[in-house]
Design a protein around this ligand. Structure first.
Ligand code: PHE
Length: 367
């Protein structure tokens, strides 16, 4: 009995490696999110280990697949904490799945760092929950201002995925700012993530004569919506947020997504020396693939957590939590990260346009 206890204690704290958990959508509807995020995260862990690790120990990344499904985050995060004894958790990309795992991390006092979940509620869960990205009140404002100022849109429709916390939040923040700008929301329609037929809603949207449609969804849905909008003769700009970012957007949407716009966290063409090095290393590690925002945010999440463990000088949750909260001006790939009182990072957004099947950088918007 006492031997078991000892071994158990050993697993939790004093082993050779420092165990870091990661939960990501490696398969399923949002597979490219999890894959990119994981590739960035793993690269960071490998680089940290190559440079000697943290506190004289190597980091060990334990990755679990959420399959892009609700229900899975709770299962895998419980497993990471109680079976594997991880000292911190990285994930998820999608806000709804981060929201599912956050209370479990909070309850177990295991710090969680989301690389790219942008819904404000994620970090409101509690003081053990952090993120290294901006939040949607900012992202919604960025796209509303872009619609008003750059596109000169007066009336837009908003088409929301009611199954997604991310989509509902971003729709709300966009609307608030667009109306503040003097614009009019001509139509508000809903869909359910995973739907295949959007024609009824798009027909209703078309009848209101909008100058553009804001679609705060994920890439598969956004691409199908763009195809059907084109079929219905809706030749107006479509706008989205970071959820559009996937090579699948153009693979599925082809010419129907050409010319449309979305905001996100990062573009490899712009950025600091840290970013340039990251692009080079990422391409080398992942067979010439270019990193997207998910990869960059994943990379940054691992760096920030490792830096906190180093400054904490220990691997217990409370100490790591405190060090995370004290993160100031950390030079990361997606920008300098300071964790604010809400445990979010205040950072710039970039606006991209789909051009010849690629994502073209247009501008950077600072908070
Ligand atoms: N921000 C999205 C969410 O909260 C996730 C996402 C981030 C998607 C970055 C693509 C790129 O659900």
């Amino acid at each position: 009995m006492s031997v078991l206890l000892l071994l158990n204690g050993c697993n939790q704290q004093g082993g050779d490696t420092i165990k870091i958990g990661e939960f990501a959508s490696l398969t399923g509807k949002e597979a490219t999110f999890g894959q990119s995020s994981h590739e960035g995260t793993l690269l960071a862990i490998e680089e940290i280990n190559a440079a000697g690790g943290v506190l004289g120990r190597k980091l060990e990344l334990l990755t679990e697949d959420t399959q892009s499904k609700s229900g899975e985050p709770a299962t895998v995060v419980n497993k990471l904490i109680s079976r594997d004894g991880v000292v911190g958790i990285l994930g998820e990309v999608a806000s709804s799945r981060s929201l599912e795992a956050a209370p479990i991390c909070q309850q177990n006092k295991i710090p969680m760092v989301s690389p790219s979940s942008t819904n404000p509620k994620v970090t409101e869960t509690g003081d053990y929950v952090f993120r290294v990205c901006f939040i949607d009140p900012f992202q919604g404002t960025v796209m509303a201002n872009f619609a008003t100022k750059t596109l000169k849109a007066k009336k837009v429709a908003v088409f929301t995925d009611v199954k997604s916390d991310y989509s509902k939040g971003l729709a709300k923040f966009f609307k608030e700012q667009f109306v503040k700008n003097g614009g009019q929301i001509g139509a508000e329609l809903d869909f359910n993530g995973g739907d295949k037929d959007f024609k009824a809603q798009l027909t209703a949207i078309k009848a209101t004569g909008p100058d553009g449609i804001f679609i705060p969804g994920y890439y598969t849905d956004a691409a199908l919506i763009a195809i059907q909008a084109k079929q219905l003769g809706l030749n107006i700009p479509l706008l989205g947020g970071d959820g559009w970012e996937s090579e699948k957007l153009t693979e599925i949407g082809k010419d129907a997504v050409e010319g449309h716009y979305f905001s996100t966290h990062y573009h490899p063409d712009v950025g600091s020396e840290v970013s340039k090095k990251f692009v080079e290393h990422y391409r080398k590690r992942w067979n010439g693939k270019n990193p997207d925002a998910l990869a960059a945010c994943g990379y940054d999440s691992a760096l920030v957590l490792a830096d906190a463990i180093k400054r904490a000088g220990a691997t217990d949750g409370a100490k790591i939590r405190e060090a995370l909260a004290a993160t100031r001006d950390f030079q990361a790939v997606t920008g300098n990260i300071t964790i604010n009182a809400q445990r979010d990072a205040t950072k710039s957004a970039v606006i991209l346009q789909v051009k010849d099947g690629k994502f073209k950088y247009l501008e950077t918007v600072s908070p």
